[in-house]
Design a protein around this ligand. Structure first.
Ligand code: ADP
Length: 246
């Protein structure tokens, strides 16, 4: 009846309000942490305590990596708010999937080398009509996670195929894996697995929520299969019909 649907509606609004409040408080916290570190290093440099150039270089390097982290968080937040408000319509263009994937691989190469993880891509020669930042967002988050949550000597294998029904992006890793109870939650905003090795890796918990959001924007779906200590495989499927110019 009428009063029940009003109550449901109010409950829905309240839930959205809580999610929004959590989002802002988490985001502010995630931005403040690197800022505090940057301030600290800047003050040390100003104080003249870092006397030799080696130490100065070290502090500047840390400032630089904190700035990188803030930039990636701000990009993630912008991407989410753009997807949510739909204010800025996506700018779709014909993209060569292979060249976007190779670009992403190039940007991840230093991190992969640092972690001694191999990166391999098998990709079709297809073109898709998509917003470039959407395809990049899916690939860089999935492949980036597969590198970050891996083990030394491990691998990341990306397979991208296209058939008459869909574009499939499959990213397999030999990493730490994800426990069953966490698999349902990792696509939520800011959710991070709260366990030893996973906790030590830098991140915001936004990456997979972006992957899910973008995927659903094209009417597709994302899923994961994983076993703790063995590895994970993420699969994104985008309907072919949503990737053509109308
Ligand atoms: P972030 O990596 O910034 O923490 P994500 O939303 O991309 O955020 O991922 C959420 C969480 O899911 C991560 O913190 C991590 O615990 C887990 N996770 C994601 N991808 C993998 C993976 N390939 N292997 C193991 N754990 C993963």
């Amino acid at each position: 009846d009428m009063s029940k649907s009003v109550q449901d509606y109010i409950r829905k609004l309240e839930k959205e309000k809580t999610i929004r409040q959590e989002f802002f408080s988490n985001a502010s916290h995630e931005l403040k942490t690197p800022l505090t570190a940057i301030r600290g290093y800047a003050e040390l440099l100003q104080s003249g305590m870092a006397s030799d150039t080696q130490m100065q270089k070290e502090f500047l390097g840390r400032i630089h990596s904190e700035v990188e982290e803030m930039t990636s968080l701000i990009n993630d937040i912008l991407m989410i708010s753009r997807l949510e408000t739909k204010e800025l319509m996506p700018t779709k263009e014909m993209l060569c999937v292979k060249s976007v994937a190779e670009e992403v691989k190039k940007t991840l190469k230093p991190l992969a080398d640092e972690n001694n993880v191999s990166l391999e891509i098998h990709c079709c020669d297809e073109f898709v009509y998509m917003d470039r930042s959407h395809l990049q967002g899916i690939l860089s988050n999935l492949m980036g996670n597969a590198v970050k949550y891996n083990r030394p000597g491990g691998f990341v294998q990306t397979d991208i195929t296209m058939d008459s029904t869909s574009l499939s992006i499959r990213v397999e890793d030999s990493g730490i894996g994800i426990a069953k109870e966490d698999q349902k939650r990792i696509f939520e905003r800011f959710y991070r697995v709260d366990k030893g090795r996973s906790k030590r890796v830098a991140g915001t918990g936004l990456g997979l929520s972006i992957v899910k959001h973008v995927t659903e924007f094209y009417g597709g779906c994302v899923s994961v299969e994983s076993q703790s200590g063995v590895g994970s495989t993420f699969l994104v499927q985008l309907p072919a019909a949503s990737l053509v110019q109308k």
